[in-house]
Design a protein around this ligand. Sequence first.
Ligand code: AMP
Ligand code: MG
Length: 418
Amino acid sequence: MNDTRVDCCSDPSQKLLSVEQGRQRILDAVPVISDHEQLHLRAALNRVLAEQVISAVDVPPFANSAMDGYAIRYQDCRDTAPCTLTVAGESFAGRPFAGQLEVGQCLRIMTGAVVPDSADTVLMQEHVECVGEQIRFDPARVKKGQHVRHAGEDTRAGHPVLEPGKRLGPAELGLLASVGVGEIRVHRKLRVAFFSTGDELTPIGTPLQPGQIYDSNRYALHGLLHNAGVEYHDLGVIPDQRDAVRDAFRQAGAMADLVLTSGGVSVGEADFVTETLEELGEINFWRMAMKPGKPLAFGRLGEAMFFGLPGNPVSAMVTFYQFVLPAIRRMSGEQARDPLLFEARCGNALKKAPGRTEFQRGILQRAADGSWQVSTTGLQGSHVLSSMSLANCFILLAADSSGAAEGENVLVQPFRDF
Ligand code: AMP
Ligand code: MG
């Protein structure tokens, strides 16, 4: 990993790394887990596909009706209205018509029912008048082949349905079931171990003593990692002591593919994270040109990859979204995808000093005129965790920007449903 080492901290004049550069270096460095497992379809929800799936069947397997109505032979449509045909039978979903349509005949048909070879067109029930055993309709309204869904229109036998690297959501489970696949090979879940560092951190349930705060990062990480679909182990709070930090690193490195810590990556006196990583593994300490989340330690601990997240709760979450989540996806075998970014009109002025890309917290919503509008959550300090709860998106302000005026367009990056 030495080739990616950027020791920009020892030389303050050295350029900061941009978020994109940092993300790319991380993605280039992390391995994809190569262990796979065979799972039943339901158990594979949210897992990453490790094989290409070829369909053994056509979907739909046969030509069928898209409407409730009547199947006809288009050639029986006369120019003069109305056209009259005789109902010769019926085709219901799962109960096909056994016979053949003869000249002048039609078939009562339901949605999803087989359209026999002897028919080629379906009339909507609403466009037909029934008179005893006969139907009457206006042939001018009929187009050849209308309302017929052809065999293999969705998926063709012998063709790929899904590619490796696809994360299996509800649509993919349905799609796999539609081609009759009941078991599937997926990447095993990524194993993540994490702990917080800091003498001031107190577990919830214990009254705070002077100078203490509750540890919130492990709870935010619990949520982030749960939603990322990984297996994870919370190793608790580790005090700012060299030996304790070293023991925690050894334990975490032995059990996980990815180790995350929070706190202790600044250059403070009691910050043992980087120092311990240097001793037990390999570390790149990067100054990222971003706010919040400037210090980021990234490296390797034995076989495991390592991220030392900043201690400030907002910085830890922003860093997670921008760097850890893409790394988790890559390591889990998922195909690369770019973050969703789009423009929205700023509902209020945003303050910023030029220099670093900012990830301000925003509330994105549709304005009365139908356009997307984003407004600030208020105080933007990296300790203001309530801003992450109020927000549904980051407002990305480029490094050279000096803020935005009300009404100006800015880039937004949603991080949850809104
Ligand atoms: P550090 O990165 O350890 O210097 O911590 C930076 C700031 O984040 C300090 O104000 C810490 O008290 C705070 N902090 C560190 N870890 C946590 C945590 N797990 N939960 C809440 N705040 C934290
Ligand atoms: Mg600390």
